[in-house]
Design a protein around this ligand. Sequence first.
Ligand SMILES: NC(=O)c1ccc[n+]([C@@H]2O[C@H](COP(=O)([O-])OP(=O)(O)OC[C@H]3O[C@@H](n4cnc5c(N)ncnc54)[C@H](OP(=O)(O)O)[C@@H]3O)[C@@H](O)[C@H]2O)c1
Length: 321
Amino acid sequence: MKAIQIKKAGGPEVLELVDIIKPKPTKTEILIKVKAIGINRSDIITRNNFDSSSEDPLIPGLEVSGEIVEVGDSVIDKSVGDKVCALIASGGYAEFVAVESSHCLPVPDGVSIVDAASLPETVFTVWFNVFHLGKLQPREKLLIHGGTSGIGTMGLQMAKALGSIIYTTAGTDDKIDFLNKMNLGKVINYKKESFKEVLKEEKIDVILDMVGGDYTQKNLDILNTKGRLININGMKSLSVTINLNTIMSKNLILTGSFLKPQPAAVKTQIAKDVKNNIWPLFQTKQMHPIIYKTFPLDQAAEAHKLMESSEHIGKILLTID
Ligand SMILES: NC(=O)c1ccc[n+]([C@@H]2O[C@H](COP(=O)([O-])OP(=O)(O)OC[C@H]3O[C@@H](n4cnc5c(N)ncnc54)[C@H](OP(=O)(O)O)[C@@H]3O)[C@@H](O)[C@H]2O)c1
């Protein structure tokens, strides 16, 4: 089968199209003939940080959609021919992917098989962080930084559909216009205004942040009593200085997570929660995937260049005919 491999760390040019043997599903896995693959910022980090001394090349890719072509012996709830999307730890940039059956969900009603590739990584991450760790409640106020990121566009829709009051930040006028047209809450152009100044009276209950650096103390400053700050990255800086008095005086909770290394059982539980709580929102049209551009698999390098430019809004996909 065709796949994209990384054999050494570097820029998009290290993404190499290769021919390799098709994987075989284990007893608890299914084999998916891949139709589309979601690109994530994490794929860029994986490519940049790949251990070039490693003997084993790596196939990147954390989420795929497609059709089941084989099921493991102990899989009883899925069949050949089912159209699915799945969360995987790596290996997505390929024509076939073997995946744990319980980390795989049906393509939601109302979503195309291609667009479904944009859902697992973002929806699972937002569910685990905002709703499980952050315990966001209906009518509470949620701020998501980077509102036009894959995470932002999906997280804002999820929180809005489940009844929260949403706020977000973005860095260009085009991005601000898009978020306003989508009616995705109060939007702040962080390059023109200080989000801390704009939101200082709002008493935000939960913040999902991937920026870190000097955002961290500002986030703590605008949180309500018993507020929760959740970090899923620190693109500005992972090392931060904060004033603990802010946490103590408002009983704040500071948390965060990485989805990829979570135990399989945790991902299985997230999949169940997502199927019950989020999947119906696609059928009722309260949510939809936001796809910026698709590229064929052999143009993975172009897709990475676009993501690194940060000009996209929503998700970038690879597709396989
Ligand atoms: N912990 C986890 O398990 C987990 C899982 C998934 C994603 N993540 C993280 O969540 C973030 C979003 O992921 P994604 O795949 O949705 O990314 P994405 O679509 O590429 O979006 C990233 C956006 O962040 C904004 N941004 C703010 N500061 C930035 C900076 N210093 N450098 C680059 N961009 C910056 C940019 O928008 P503006 O133009 O508005 O600044 C950019 O479009 C990433 O940091 C990713 O690593 C973490």
